[in-house]
Design a protein around this ligand. Sequence first.
Ligand SMILES: [Zn+2]
Ligand SMILES: [Zn+2]
Length: 256
Amino acid sequence: MTDILQIRADVHTHTVASTHGYSTINENAAAAQALGMQLLAVTDHGPAMPDAPHVWHFHNYKVLPREIGGIKMLYGVEANIIDENGTLDMDEHELSFCEWVIASYHLQCVKFERTAELVSQGYRKVCEHPLVDVIGHPTTAMFPFDYESVIKVFRESGKLVEINESSLKWKRGALDNAKIFYALCKKYEVPLALNTDAHYAGLIGRTPLAAQLLHDLDYPRRLIVTLDPEQIMDMAHRKRGISFDSDVKQFEKEPS
Ligand SMILES: [Zn+2]
Ligand SMILES: [Zn+2]
């Protein structure tokens, strides 16, 4: 299956900057290059995660190259949705240093009662945030929500919805829920980011469970944006003015 749906962009990956990640940026880029991929987004955890990098990690992204070993790079964050109002753990100034923003719920980072009503509300609210690009790993059992009504909001807001290999493999309920959730995403023609959420270089680019699920659903390839890095680069260019043609990272502080 992986040869049928081999992603060319992996836009949810972690490094040693989060201590429960085990590989460096260069190791991740080399792994992507070995699979013939074209684009990688580095998305270490936002500050609400207990072992997240200091916020200076994000502020200093300017020193990193646009390309490593032939792999185009985006430097971003997996921000935490911390409450039922869709509040993120980084403000707009801090997020302005990031080129790619995933918004995820994590058990360690929320204090509200995780009812379907409140989790749904948090998702609806976070869709109003202009700097969020992707809704991260939405199918874990810890965060139930009203799939159908919220999927419509994801679609209307233009956010990518993630299908996350690590979540399907290791998180309770994620795979069973995913069969229902992504069938609904197909119904509403939601663009998906098929990602690994790799915390180790050997897992970069490899999505056997998620790819099998999308194959079984006959999910339209055109809606799986990480199969086509041009779509990601186009998004990054339109939203943040990022150019992939030169080594100079062009940043717009005020994304349009
Ligand atoms: Zn993590
Ligand atoms: Zn992650």
